[in-house]
Design a protein around this ligand. Structure first.
Ligand SMILES: [Zn+2]
Length: 436
């Protein structure tokens, strides 16, 4: 039995659950074994002194579309997880759609796990899907380890993952509540959506108004109250939804919400023209005033999490105009610097960003050993040069397709190293599958 540690990482700026401070983080057998004052001598097989670089817990991105198997030409486990590690993300949970088959049965979950095996540079878990007709599969998927169930209120963009009707939602929510599960909802009311009148950005924005989100969010809140299910609103874009969410929260209803880097850092005013389809996502990026209201929602805790909703396609599908292009933004490698750049400009600290992108996302999924630098947790760590500016060059992205609305933007904060369970992520896939 070795008394020493496998690794000690020292930083003057460690972001711990109780604040940012100098610390020495000691690792044994892949877990954080101790946290000491930064200067304390500790016996260790390896030691890294980060100096003034910040030390963060690895981020937990609970909203990623890996698209494998079935649409691996869009992304894939190897490319997505490599990009994630380069962006400081050490855990992702894969969405149940855009892959073929979608993760709506235990057999489809097994196919996902088989595709992921041996390919992942970070730890990967899976969401299940709730679609018309698969209520009997929900409990078996829960028992097989999915973290919860995604459903759509409106068209998902792919034919094999249809939306639930209002009655279908009620039925699925009751079933998921019966075993204490979590439902995660793409909330846009289809009756408030229209076809865009042309291919430009203003027409696209008009076709998916704030009222479509608000009506769907209010419906989810009502159903959560009726069924007792834990519900989470995905990729909140419209700040109009903050009021009903805050009211639900104040009444003690178990309804939470997330938003995404693009809603917090970009705005409709930034979209240059109808060919700038790298900005297309659903719900859409709205105006700058709405963006600032989302920041207020985050600061007040009405929005608890920031996730990328990394949702790539082939570059060909992303071409055309806003009426025809694939809706999805790739930002797995850029989420941390994008959010940090905008957060620090609004007076937030690194601890806030870690809470939104690691701690609260881990808590949403029930990942007790992820998202915090704390004794007993997995030693998933990130060395982060918080003051270093860089210009986004798509050539440096590890996403399968480096299509990004952040191209050419200057961001602050560069990931210098990422550790997964105490080992530097160095190009050899060492990620493990995660179960609820
Ligand atoms: Zn998504």
């Amino acid at each position: 039995m070795n008394d020493g540690y496998d690794l000690v990482v020292r930083s003057r700026r460690a972001v711990l659950p109780y604040g940012e401070r100098p610390a020495a983080v000691a690792v044994r057998d892949g877990r954080i074994a101790a946290i000491h004052d930064v200067g304390v001598p500790l016996p260790a097989a390896a030691e890294v002194d980060l100096g003034d670089l910040a030390l963060l817990p690895g981020l937990v991105d609970t909203h990623v579309h890996v698209n494998e198997p079935g649409r691996t030409e869009w992304e894939g486990f190897a490319t997505a997880t490599r990009a994630a590690a380069a962006g400081g993300v050490t855990t992702l949970i894969d969405m149940p759609l855009n892959s073929i088959p979608p993760t709506t049965t235990p057999a489809a979950l097994a196919a996902k796990r088989a595709a992921a095996r041996g390919a992942c540079h970070i730890d990967v878990g899976f969401w299940g899907g709730a679609v018309p007709g698969n209520v009997p599969s929900l409990r078996p998927l829960h028992d097989a380890g999915v973290f919860g169930f995604k459903c759509f209120t409106a068209d998902s963009g792919v034919p094999e993952f249809p939306p639930l009707s209002p009655d279908g939602m009620a039925e699925a929510f009751r079933e998921i509540a019966s075993f204490g599960g979590l439902v995660i909802v793409h909330a846009e009311d289809p009756e408030a959506l229209t076809a865009p009148s042309d291919g430009g950005y203003p027409a696209f924005l008009d076709s998916r108004p704030p009222s479509s989100e608000r009506r769907a969010v209010e419906h989810v809140i009502r159903l959560a109250e009726q069924t007792g299910v834990r519900a989470h609103i995905l990729h909140l874009s419209s700040a109009d939804c903050l009021e009903p969410l805050a009211k639900a929260r104040s009444r003690g209803l178990p309804v939470t919400a997330e938003t995404c880097p693009h809603y917090l850092t970009l705005s409709a005013e930034d979209v240059p023209d109808a060919s700038a389809t790298s900005y297309k996502c659903c719900p859409p990026i709205r105006d700058a005033a709405n963006r600032e209201a989302l920041w207020t929602g985050l600061a007040e805790g009405v929005i608890t999490a920031v996730v990328t909703d990394h949702s790539p396609s082939t570059p060909e599908l992303k071409q055309g105009d806003f009426a025809t292009a694939w809706g999805g933004i790739s930002s797995l490698q850029l989420g941390l610097p994008a959010v940090w750049t905008a957060a620090r400009a609004r007076g937030h600290g690194l601890g806030d960003v870690v809470r939104w992108m690691a701690e609260n996302t881990a808590a949403l999924a029930g990942l007790a050993r992820k998202g915090r630098i704390a004794v007993g947790n997995d030693a998933d760590l990130v060395a982060f040069a918080a003051d270093e500016p860089f210009t986004v060059d798509p050539a440096n992205l590890h996403h399968r397709h480096p299509v990004t609305p952040y191209a050419g933007r200057t961001l602050t904060g560069a990931v210098q190293a990422t550790w997964l369970r105490g080992a530097v992520v160095d190009g050899t896939p060492s990620g493990e599958p995660l179960n609820r």
